[in-house]
Design a protein. Structure first.
Length: 267
């Protein structure tokens, strides 16, 4: 494949599709997207020297097999990749296949015990990406984010999730408390993670339809979010560290949910 030089067409394409498409970057996220939803990859951008290494050549062959248009881009800033980003010489303009409306959420539940992760004002895209990756690995069907005071789903989130973003659904809602109440109406229990939670995480019955709520870095869950939870759980600490990163806490909680569901499931 001989990638075409980047041209002015791309600039108009970005402005016209900004609300519908985003730029992702990095070899693993781009390859993952091409493997599972190539029809939603609108264009691939590569550095002029891209393709000399084995992994790079393999990615270009994958794009060719799926008939994805490839362009060479000397300056990746022109593609929408933020300055200073480690893009590994490749980026892609893609449709957000992960994004769904809140009302359609039940369509993606796999069984009678759906699992949704709710992020209360988690602003760091690295943390959001890590939460997404753990959610996919440990069986959640969706991640719920408020529209305000939270990290938007960007290429940084996709990169941090190592492509796991493309395997889960993401809902963005205007009012998180209202959405939590609606989740209750859908039959889910709401469990909030809080250092001051009454119960240690593993003492709770998590083998049920569940929404797990994790709070902002540093401040934790907001008051109304806490009050809307059915119960609050804490992760006990056994060393001198008094708190942990929100993504780490989410991973521990998701693992406990998965552990209970596997151990309590009929053989």
């Amino acid at each position: 494949m001989n990638p075409e030089p980047v041209n002015a067409y791309y600039s108009s394409m970005v402005s016209d599709s900004k609300s519908k498409s985003i730029i992702i970057w990095g070899i693993h996220p781009v390859r993952e997207f091409l493997e599972i939803c190539s029809d939603d990859c609108q264009r691939l951008f590569v550095h002029p020297s891209f393709g000399k290494k084995k992994a790079q050549a393999g990615l270009l062959r994958l794009a060719e097999r799926h008939e994805v248009l490839v362009e060479r881009a000397e300056d990746f800033k022109s593609t929408g990749v933020p300055a200073g980003t480690v893009h590994q010489g490749v980026a892609a303009l893609v449709r957000p296949v992960w994004s769904i409306d809140f009302s359609s959420l039940p369509l993606y539940w796999r069984d009678k015990r759906p699992l949704v992760v709710v992020c209360d004002q988690v602003t760091d895209p690295q943390n959001v990406g890590a939460i997404v990756r753990s959610s996919v690995a440990l069986g959640a069907q969706a991640v719920l984010l408020p529209n305000r005071r939270t990290s938007r789903i960007t290429g940084a989130v996709a990169k941090s999730s190592s492509g796991a973003l493309f395997h889960i659904k993401v809902c963005q809602v205007g009012n998180l408390v209202t959405a939590m109440r609606q989740l209750k109406e859908m039959g889910l229990w709401i469990a909030g993670l809080s250092p001051g939670g009454e119960h240690p995480l593993w003492e709770l019955d998590l083998n049920r339809p569940l929404a797990l709520v994790v709070g902002a870095e540093g401040t934790g869950l907001r008051r109304l979010v806490k009050e809307t939870c059915d119960f609050l759980a804490r992760i006990p600490h056994f060393g001198p560290v008094g708190s942990m990163n929100v993504a780490s806490a989410a991973s521990i909680a998701l693992y406990e949910v998965a552990r209970q569901r596997v151990s309590l499931s009929p053989v």
